[in-house]
Design a binder for this molecule. Structure first.
Ligand code: G1P
Length: 287
């Protein structure tokens, strides 16, 4: 079986939830503590064994390319100032092979993935969405790759969400369950509240067989007037089963402001060099 070595990271979204911050800054570059969100995603891919990453960008996303590029000037300055810790951190972000392609119109997630079809060719591939940071003992994506290697079928990462929030996600209608792995009757994008087939939600991690591109070729517009990846996955599922896997680990929703801030606070409190000061500060401001 071909191993999963390629990944697509869609990053063409307009980031309207973070305006005006994202007027000139890609939302993927918003930092959690001192690292841009997209770097967490790239690191998860690399830790999962991915060797080639393609980032689907759009207008105003140049900063992402600069971030993963080598910055000789900055490296020299840090070296001169003997700031070796920082130098290592800066070099880390330019150590991977990343390719870029532009999505010319904002037509939705399905269309963004389809834009990378020539890079994918006939290989299975991963998709990682930047709004979800996953932290787990075994990286979230790696858990899905393990299932793909065991079954040869596309595998979609899911987790349970509260019933009142199911309309924000792609939701599965599970049939058979074997441990954390589900056979799926249907994948539904953003069902109306009360009509959701379960509360198992798609969490921004996918392993897909390349045939998905054939469905994306002629995928019709779906929820939110966009070409939805979930709709193409459902069509693939009707032809060759697509599994869902309830992966282990914490998922942080950094795609909306409150989730972003909570993640920022939690991860800051984990840092020894920040924790005590921040705790004291927070006690003072909530007095
Ligand atoms: C996308 C997917 C959806 C998934 C969600 C996870 O939606 O279309 O199926 O559940 O990401 O974050 P978006 O958040 O881009 O609207």
């Amino acid at each position: 079986m071909t191993q999963v070595k390629k990944a697509i990271i869609p990053a063409a979204g307009l980031g309207t939830r973070f305006l005006p911050a994202t007027k000139a800054l890609p939302k993927e570059m918003l930092p959690i503590v001192d690292k841009p969100t997209i770097q967490y995603i790239v690191e998860e891919a690399i830790e999962s064994g991915i060797e080639d990453i393609i980032i689907v960008t759009g207008k105003g996303k140049r900063a992402i390319e600069d971030h993963f590029d080598q910055s000789l000037e900055l490296e020299e300055t840090l070296e001169k100032k003997e700031k070796y810790d920082l130098l290592e951190k800066v070099k880390e972000s330019s150590n991977v092979d990343i390719h870029y392609i532009r999505q010319k119109e904002p037509n939705g997630l399905g269309h963004a993935v389809w834009c990378a079809r020539k890079f994918i060719g006939d290989d299975p591939f991963a998709v990682l969405l930047g709004d979800d940071i996953v932290r787990a003992e075994t990286p979230g994506l790696k858990q899905l790759i393990n299932q793909y290697e065991a079954t040869g079928k596309s595998v979609i990462g899911v987790q349970t969400v509260p019933y009142g929030e199911t309309n924000r996600y792609g939701i599965i209608d599970p049939t058979d369950q074997d441990g954390r792995l589900y056979k799926v009757n249907q994948f539904v994008e953003k069902p109306v509240l009360g009509e959701e087939p379960s509360n198992l939600a798609i969490m921004g991690r996918y392993i897909l067989n390349p045939e998905i591109m054939d469905y994306l070729d002629d995928q019709e517009i779906g929820a939110g007037n966009e070409i939805q990846l979930t709709d193409a996955i459902q069509r693939l599922n009707e032809n060759q089963s697509v599994f869902a896997y309830d992966f282990e680990g914490r998922r942080y929703d950094v795609g909306e402001i409150k989730g972003y801030l909570k993640t920022m606070i939690e991860m800051s409190l984990e840092r020894e060099d920040i924790r005590d000061d921040l705790l004291k500060f927070m006690e003072r401001v909530v007095e």
